[in-house]
Design a protein. Sequence first.
Lengths: 251, 300
Amino acid sequence: MKQLTATVTDVQRLTKDIFSIWLNAAELAQTAKPGQFVNIRVGEGEELLLRRPVSIADVFGQKVRLIFRIVGKGTAWLSQVPKGCGLDLLGPLGRPVRIPKGRDILVCGGGVGAAPLLFLTRRLARQNRVYVVLGAKSRKEMILVREFKRLRVKGYIATNDGSLGWKGTASELAELVANELNRPIVYACGPRPMLQDIVARLPGHEIWGFAEERMGCGTGICHCCALARKDGGYIRLCRDGPVVLLNGVRL
Amino acid sequence: MNFEVQLGRTIFPNPVLAASGTFGFGLDFPRVANAIGGIVTKAITVEPRAGNPPPRIYEFPGGIINSVGLENPGLKRFRAEILPRLARLKSRLIVNIAGFSIEEFGLLAESLSSERVDGFEVNVSCPNVAEGGALFGQDPKMVERVTRVVRQQTDKTVIVKLTANFIDPVETAKAALAGGADAVTLINTLFGLALQKDGTPFLGGRTGGISGPAIKHFALFCVDRVARAVAIPVIGCGGIMNGQDALDFISAGARLVQVGTASLRNPYAPLEVWCELRLLCRKNRFKNWADVIGRTGRSS
């Protein structure tokens, strides 16, 4: 983990409230692994005290891509950062996902949850058979379809209103796909109800999920981002996650 | 200029400490820990504690409210697993201890008076636990008794971390002095309640403790008030984000300061505050550090 200043080289609006920014950050690009995140200082002065954690969506050469949805003042500020500006960030943070070998893999993303799965899928696809399910409320809210297609993995799309692909939720579709695979390892990222639904639909599967909780420091020192373990006690999401074995935690 | 401060038997190389609960056990950022005046560990209780359910942190303009609930591995594991690893840090080490009874405070001080530990910060003021110890801080008699028990168990430096919630800290600072404390820390977080739009509490622990720049001027008020009224060294704490904030607390009468919430934004914050404080001293052409401490009180 390092504190660094990364220059914003590009800002794109992907949907009504989802933004993508590319950063020039050679060291971060080299060291970051799927599942990790950066913690970004937002706003001026002391009004917004805490950094905003954003998972790493992709890495390309010396560049790092971050994708986030506007959920409050901090992310709204981040979406307004002009090209050429430097962002103060800490990273990479969090525990990298362990990449398996020679397995069937099911990746399932809901909404902005597709973002960190892009980077993960890129690495998983090198030595596994990867199947990707992407879900969103509607066609307008679907992101990264083109990027995933370029990875040449098998892809499936679901929208709640049927405006793109299969009509239904990502987790429903994930269940159908999983049943066709050989003991797939599942990686999921999306809203908490989606993660809960996947766990309920795929009993007996190894399911890794990108969990979320209100975070203080992102570096493990404040113990705020607690996620309850099934066997009692809490883990620190920023340090022991954010990707956790969903089978072992209470969402 | 010499910035050394002595409290009890401990000589702190400079006046900037990392506050309890915002720097873990100091193992994650050894470079920072070794360069600042010292570190205060996360609170240790006799039994392990899982802490409060999430969410544990709420942010509002200028401050945060936390409700961690003293999550810690407990005395036994701290002694077996963490204390040995702290041997590789050079920094002054103050262990924050939180008991739920007077006996527990005594036990903690006795069991942790090892060579590596320089002193204790007696936590009678955590706002995030319902039971026992936290309420001691609102009762001068209990503060005195707890302090005395800890004092009897150890020859290490004894600091009492006081609250300003529903009690005049002058009263509790006097009690800490009477009990044999070497210093008091002022202030712990202030009681706070954050709500969701539907009127239900936001924090998993229901209520929490407010910290950050929002409480700085109240903390300064308390430091000034206690420093002028009680003959006990004060460690200032509350919303210190930069060197000027630290200097303000020193001016108000604090011998040392603690950097807390700022470390959540930037784990290097305590070191940066110390560097900025040194630069400010040069800029202000201070000749003698002792003249700076408490200059507010002498000016009026």
